[in-house]
Design a protein around this ligand. Sequence first.
Ligand code: C2O
Ligand code: CU
Length: 428
Amino acid sequence: RLVNGTRTFSLEAQEGSSELVPGLQTPTWGFNGPMLGPTLRAQAGERVAVDVANNLPEPTTVHWHGMHLPAAMDGGPHQPVAPDSTWKPSWQIDQPAATLWYHPHPHGNTEEHVYRGLAGMFILDDPLSQSLSLPQNYGLDDIPVIVQDKRLARDGSLITDSQGNELGMLGTTILANGVAGAVQQVETTLVRLRLLNGSTARTYDFGFDDNRGFAQIASDSGLLREPHETTRVRLSPGERAEIVVALEPGEDTLLTSYPPDLGGVAAPSAFGSADRLDILKLQAAPQLQPSSPLPARLAEFGIPESEAGVTRTFEVQDRQINGRSMDMDRIDTEVALGATEIWEVTNTHGVPHNWHVHDVQFEVLDIDGAEPPPELQGRKDTIYLEPEHTYRLIMRFEDYADPDSPYMYHCHLLLHEDQGLMGQFVVT
Ligand code: C2O
Ligand code: CU
C-alpha cells in the first residue's frame, strides 16, 4: 500500500505446515503464511516502511539482501526481533531496479531459519527498467523463481542436520517457490524468470533440459549492459539472475540444474557437483501472445577504477576471514563515507565459499587480473569464489554513516556464516 509516498508492508514470521511434496505435510516457517513470504515491490525514490512481527518461539531478524539502506535498518544480527514483538524499519529506495530478497539473519542461526522457509523476494523498479521492452507483467511473463533444496524425513519433516557435510544442508528435494515438481503456464513468446538461489548451501548451474539458449538480462543488483546469450547460469547461495527464454506454442521445457563446475574444489561431488536436478516446467499455451524483442542495450553503469582510494585484502580461510572469526563486539573494517574501495577477495580454502557485502553493489574489476566473463560484468552483491582465485571488487560507500551500527560481509553458505565466516564494517 502506498500512503503519502511511503509504501507500507507487514511481515509476520510464523510457524506452519506445507505440502512441499504431494501427499506429505512438512512443518515449515514462513512470512504471512506457512512457507516463504510475499513478494515485496517498490519504486526508486519511494519510502518503504515495514512492520516485521515475530510469532516464532525464538528471536529472528529480517535482512533486506542487496538493499542500500542505513545500517540500523539492515536487519542483520544486531537487529533481533524478540518473540511476540514487532520491528519497524523504514528507508528510501535509492538504487537501480533489481531482484533483491529478504531473509532472517539471526546471530548463529541463519541457516536454520532460512532452511525452514523464511525468505521472500523484494523487487525494485525504476523508470529506466520500466521503459525498456522487457517482459514485466508479474506472474504472467515475469515470474519469480525461488529455488531451494530440502531434505525430508519419511514423515515429511525437514532434516535440519547437515550430517557432517561441511557445506551445510544439501537436499535433493528441489523446490521452486516452495513446490516440488512445479509447473508454470506460459502465454507469451518470451518469459522472464527472476532466479533466486535461496538455498543455504547448494550451487546451481541453471539451464533447460533441451539445452535451448536464453538471454541473461540482469545479475544480483540490476540489469546488465546488454543481454548475454547463453545456455547456463551458475548461481551460488544468495545470488540472482534474470533470464528471458523464448517458447514456441504448445511446447514445454524444463528449467534444470546441471552439475555445477565448482572450480577446482577438493571432493566436489560431496558438494553437489554431480547432481542434475529438475526445477520448474514451463508449459506454453497452444497460442502465444507475441512479446517485443529484447532491447540491444539495457543499462549504463561503471565505477572507474581510478576513483578507488583504498584497497583491502580479504582471505577466506575455512571459518575465518583474515585469521578471525565473527565477533559481534569487534568492528573489522572502518570505511569512510563516500569512499570508493577495491576489495580483493581470495578463497584460500579448497571448498566452495562465496562472498556477500551488505549495503553496496559491487562490480568485478578482474579475476586474477583477467576480464570477468559476461555474466559477472554486471552489478552484484554476492559472488561465488572459486578456490585460489582473486576477485577484485570495486564499490562505493554512500549516503549512510553510523559508527554504532555495523554492516556485514560474509560467506552466504549459511552454515559457514553461522560458524563465523563473517566480518563487520562500519561507515563513518
Ligand atoms: Cu543474504 Cu548477510 O545476507
Ligand atoms: Cu563458505
